[in-house]
Design a protein around this ligand. Structure first.
Ligand code: TXA
Ligand code: MG
Length: 316
């Protein structure tokens, strides 16, 4: 695999943004801050640039990427936007909602981005720095989370460098991500149905209020990235723990005080924001096992528990 000798650390100002845009236009890889997690961006229209994303992450080729756009018009050149898609974009963009929509035959994206699927995932991120990068590059950017495949997602530039230092051209350091959990992903079907492919900051209940009832689950895994064991800190994880057993690093929540805590006051937004940082600390701890306090299955708590269940899934 090709290793870059140095990963540049860029500041989130006009100079850093201009440098990032130049690297990206030339087909390089830049980790950029979004409101959810840091993304590893490359030109979506370049086979070579997109291949470098898969290479840097060690990501299997069957797992397609989300294309990030500056505004709805840019998405319209890539996917078929029906009235529901427009309504959702109007309400939630820029923001943490990814739409899986029928891909246009003339969409200018590398085939590795959609991995051969007839659909394409699109999202307009809210972070002002990445919005400025998108505007300057002037074209859509493919971006998975900026971490090596099957490792804990990155909510800071430091987390990005933990697995990708030397493998990517640059990272823009804009401090911790505000939401802390990857975007909600939904698929809109041509027949009028929809389904939730990944839980996230925009909750199922909020989407139901806009779109009505979801289609019954097909039982098939549709977001291929949801299949693998993900988000794992590399040691056994026990959920629903009210205290630490011998050798466990305890991640607390509310009344359960741990080695670290998701939120001392039991606030779910704060817990979402802190989740991956806590898992990174658990991974770095000398303790051989991890335990996590119960988190209520409520609002964004559902997305937190989804990620925790994956973190706890036995290695395959
Ligand atoms: O918040 C986010 O969504 C972050 C930031 C960087 O935008 N990105 C992110 O990307 O989480 P990634 O690659 O880690 O997760 C993308 C997920 C994967 O599970 C992938 O399988 C799914 O989206 N996906 C992409 N295209 C799809 C498609 N056409 N149909 C179904 N699932 C798709
Ligand atoms: Mg990911």
């Amino acid at each position: 695999m090709d290793r870059k000798s140095v990963t540049e650390i860029l500041s989130p100002d006009a100079k850093g943004i201009a440098r990032a845009a130049k690297i990206l236009r030339e087909g390089g890889l830049v980790a950029v801050p979004t409101e959810t997690v840091y993304g590893l961006a490359a030109r979506a229209d370049s086979d070579g640039a997109v291949a470098r994303i898969y290479d840097a992450k060690g990501r299997p080729g069957f797992n397609p990427l989300i294309v990030h756009v500056a505004e709805l018009g840019e998405a319209g050149a890539l996917v078929e936007l029906d009235p529901r898609a427009r309504a959702l974009a109007e309400r939630f963009w820029p923001g943490p909602l990814t739409l899986v929509l029928p891909r246009r035959a003339d969409a200018a994206v590398a085939s590795a981005v959609h991995a051969g699927l007839p659909t394409l995932a699109v999202r307009c991120p809210a972070h002002p720095v990445t919005r400025a990068v998108l505007a300057q590059v002037g074209m859509p950017l493919a971006a998975p989370s900026a971490n090596a495949s099957e490792t804990v997602s990155p909510t800071s530039a430091e987390h990005v460098l933990a697995t990708l230092d030397g493998r990517i051209d640059a990272v823009i350091d804009a401090g911790p991500a505000e939401q802390g959990l990857e975007s909600t992903i939904i698929a809109l079907r041509q027949g009028g149905g929809w389904s939730l492919l990944r839980e996230g900051p925009v909750t199922r209940d909020t989407l139901r209020a806009v779109l009505g009832e979801e289609e019954a689950a097909s039982g098939e895994i549709e977001a291929p990235g949801q299949l693998a064991r993900h988000y794992a800190p590399g040691k056994p994880v026990r959920l629903g723990a009210s205290n630490a057993q011998a050798g466990e690093f305890l991640i607390g929540f509310g009344a359960v005080v741990g080695d670290v805590t998701l939120s001392p006051s039991g606030d779910l937004q704060e817990a979402a924001r802190n989740l991956y940082a806590c898992l990174h600390l658990a991974k770095a701890s000398p303790k051989p096992r991890v335990a996590v306090a119960p988190v209520p299955e409520d609002g964004v708590g559902r997305a937190i528990n989804d990620r925790l269940r994956r973190a706890a899934a036995p290695a395959t």
